[in-house]
Design a protein around this ligand. Sequence first.
Ligand code: ATP
Length: 253
Amino acid sequence: MNKSILQAKQLCKTFSSDGQQQHILTNLDIDIYEGDFTIIMGSSGSGKTTLLYALSGMDKPTLGKIIFRGTQIQDLNSDELAGFRKKHCGFVFQSIYLLENMSIMDNVLTAGYLVSNNKPEIIKRAKELFLQVGLREEIWRKFPSQLSGGEKQRAALIRSLINKPAILFADEPTGALNSSSGKDVLDILTKINQNGQSIVMVTHDIKAAIRANRIIYIMDGKICGELHLDKYMETNLDDRIKKIRDFLRENNW
Ligand SMILES: Nc1ncnc2c1ncn2[C@@H]1O[C@H](COP(=O)(O)OP(=O)(O)OP(=O)(O)O)[C@@H](O)[C@H]1O
């Protein structure tokens, strides 16, 4: 098994609304391992996004510890947390949050300059990433509104990778894309994972889940099932899909 890079210990998250407390995560323990493509599944409202946000420092847990390479991040103040996220985490979401008033290249470079002063290095890496995800030079200076949903999501993915995050967190990144664009994004995620990028992704979609080598199932704020698979290959997909379907059925999905 690979080295653990992120741990949650006795994680609890409670939301209060209308005077009522809702316990979404309760005493949840999890390790995220370097190089894994970890998928979080579970029924709607089971707490998948809440878990992703807590693990990535986007939101503070109510109780418990989040430990990234030995540092407890739940105790960081908001500036320190923002620094942690910028430096170590990449994010892609279903909604694509690119800045509309700048080109996709500038969106990427701006994110890179927040972390590094080495502008030539950032520009070089951005160009490499654009080519790696199949976005040709002709569109680098286009604004987000001039691009298709799939192109925008690929640009958002480059932005999330520009600072070489230790972990890429993704929340249904293909949820708003047509199946061909969704497949392109999954192919890119698979490729970067094969090159060593650790990924934690929430999805409802078996087509996305087959890309993982580890699937966590959560129910009522707890991990109730875990499936380990070999790294994704385009062969034996029927067998892989069957294993995932059986696993989901066992968990009453
Ligand atoms: N900021 C918040 N304030 C109050 N309740 C919240 C908040 N964020 C999430 N919740 C509640 O926590 C529960 C879990 O939400 P979460 O988004 O983690 O679920 P999910 O498993 O990702 O669901 P889905 O698959 O539908 O996206 C839901 O009942 C939701 O209403």
